[in-house]
Design a protein around this ligand. Structure first.
Ligand code: NI
Length: 129
């Protein structure tokens, strides 16, 4: 068992969002997905993000107002949201307390018989969640 904690891990701020990426744990060759934690400060929003990977997130602290597909959906602590491949998204924190999210992301499986030779991007989505 490995205890993976964001509290002692390296993080950086990009677009006003504090990001702790899992690359630093050296699991890229082991896991079929990548992961990160991120925090959106009170009364602020992430930059718009869009990438080919699917993105599955768990709200760890606070409430996320997830803007995608022309709608904003409130996702409470403990609930999850799944963003589709190439779906533009913005994560808003409309509260006075920090929003913390754990996210995993991976390239979609190709359907049987699908053409194409694209490989999973090594770096995952952009810096923004
Ligand atoms: Ni994203």
């Amino acid at each position: 068992m490995r205890h993976l904690t964001g509290e002692t891990a390296e993080s950086y701020v990009t677009g006003g969002v504090d990001v702790t990426r899992w690359e630093q744990f050296g699991l890229a060759d082991t896991l079929p997905f990548q992961a990160m934690w991120y925090s959106v400060p009170p009364r602020s929003s992430s930059p718009t993000d869009r990438h080919p990977e699917l993105e599955l997130s768990v709200v760890v602290d606070g409430t996320a107002a997830v803007e995608a597909g022309g709608r904003v959906t409130e996702v409470a602590q403990g609930s999850c949201f799944l963003l589709d491949s190439d779906e533009p998204h913005v994560i808003h924190n409309r509260s006075d307390t920090p929003l913390r999210v754990f996210t995993t992301f991976w390239m979609p499986r190709r359907t049987a018989g699908a053409a194409g030779t694209a490989e999973a991007a090594a770096t995952g989505p952009g810096d923004a969640p």
